[in-house]
Design a protein around this ligand. Structure first.
Ligand code: PLP
Length: 388
């Protein structure tokens, strides 16, 4: 008999899977680690979902999410043929890799080696390299500027790392985990310089000053990704979408599962679009809390990067402990200071959960989701207690 190991494709066996943020069920936990919206869906959405839970659950949902696509088309001033819905925007991002990028070996056979790449800035959404690996596609991770701004086209040309012919380029805008917003004019310049497909992943754009939706409707190789997860309090239902050229959308449509968007998700997303005022009020509250929390943490010695999202990237102060206690503490960096990972653990002890990433560019920072004003206050109180 074959070993289980030998039944698995080497590519899958060796894959480093995407690691989602923790979803612990600890009572009283202030959960600021996965950029969920602290406010519930609108009462109209809850009512619509509850009303849909009946004998209809035995039926398949609409295979093309037709009503939702029509409503989104109105919102974005385009046609339903410009839109594909996914089981979260993660699904449409994965479809793009499968539809537009040849796996490495196939691309060599076709003599298209340099074009067939999944390209993205680093750091940005850590799912992109995993999607490339799953597909067996070559990756090109290009560093952002040291302050997390996006290099200009001229800088990218000078740097020689960026591939202007990459088959697929993902740009998280505003960026995660930095929270840094990019000007639409700069995104347009970059899109114009690219020959492959460009996905502008606008998962957090409702908390930003500008969005780049017009580029998806102007350029045939540009897709904009949006999600109902963050701004629209609907992570649980998994609904996201692309807007773009009907030719690209039709290609993606061919390879998706027939019933990729579950029925209750469609109902919830349609009802969401009928109560946008409720959500817009929440965006304003979250942006207000973001600015207040950024000020409060800055006053306590954090370096908080300006954010256009529903989270902040903040570098905590390093020298918290007196030298005598520093020695006893388990985790110390080479300088003997109290690092971001120590903060993560100390905050967790105080029932505040934030996110820490191990990559060198951000390992000195914490990513903190913006919660309610009460949750922000709880974080500030915990920080003060740790500093004392
Ligand atoms: C930049 C970015 N894009 C896409 C997603 C995926 O969102 P969804 O819940 O729609 O799959 C996330 C989720 O964390 C994200 O941070």
């Amino acid at each position: 008999m074959k070993t289980v190991r030998s039944l698995i494709r080497p590519l899958v066996h060796d894959l480093h899977a995407y690691v989602p943020g923790e979803q612990p069920k600890i009572k009283g936990l202030v959960k600021l680690n996965t950029n969920e919206n602290p406010y519930p869906p609108s009462p109209r959405v809850l009512k619509a979902v509850k009303a849909a839970v009946d004998g209809r659950l035995r039926l398949y949902p609409n295979p093309t999410a037709q009503v939702l696509r029509e409503k989104l088309a109105k919102l974005h001033a385009c046609g339903p043929e410009n839109i594909i819905i996914g089981n979260g925007s993660d699904e449409v991002l994965a479809l793009a890799v499968r539809a537009f990028v040849e796996p490495a070996q196939r691309s060599e056979v076709r003599g298209q080696r340099s074009e067939c790449k999944v390209q993205f800035f680093h750091p940005s959404y850590s799912l992109y390299p995993v999607l490339a690996d799953i597909h067996g596609a070559a990756k090109n991770a290009v560093p952002l500027n040291a302050n997390f701004t996006m290099p200009s086209v001229a800088e990218l040309k000078r740097g020689k790392l960026w591939n202007f012919n990459a088959a697929l380029t993902f740009i998280t805008t505003p960026n995660a985990p930095s929270g840094c917003g990019y000007a639409t004019a700069d995104l347009e310049k970059l899109c114009r310089a690219m020959s492959g497909v460009v996905v502008l992943d606008e998962a957090y754009v409702d908390f930003a000053r500008e969005n780049a939706m017009k580029l998806a409707l102007k350029y045939p190789h540009v897709l904009v990704a949006r999600t109902f997860s963050k701004a629209y309090s609907l992570c649980f239902q998994r609904v996201g979408y692309f807007v773009g050229n009907p030719g690209l959308i039709a290609a993606l449509d061919k390879i998706r599962d027939s019933y990729n968007v579950n029925g209750l998700g469609q109902v919830a997303a349609v009802a969401t679009l009928e109560d946008l005022q409720y959500y817009r009020a929440n965006f304003r509250k979250i942006v207000g809390t973001r600015e207040e929390l950024s000020c409060a943490l800055t006053l306590l010695g954090f370096r908080v990067l300006p954010s256009q999202t529903n989270f902040i990237l903040a570098k905590p102060p390093g020298n918290v402990l007196p030298a005598s206690r520093r020695k006893k503490e388990r985790r110390q960096d080479a300088g003997g200071t109290f690092g971001a990972k120590d903060w993560l653990e100390k905050l967790r002890d105080k029932k505040i959960l934030v996110r820490w990433f191990h990559y060198p560019e951000v390992k000195d920072y914490l990513r903190i989701t913006i919660g309610t004003p009460q949750e922000a206050q709880a974080l500030v109180t915990a920080v003060k207690a740790i500093l004392q």
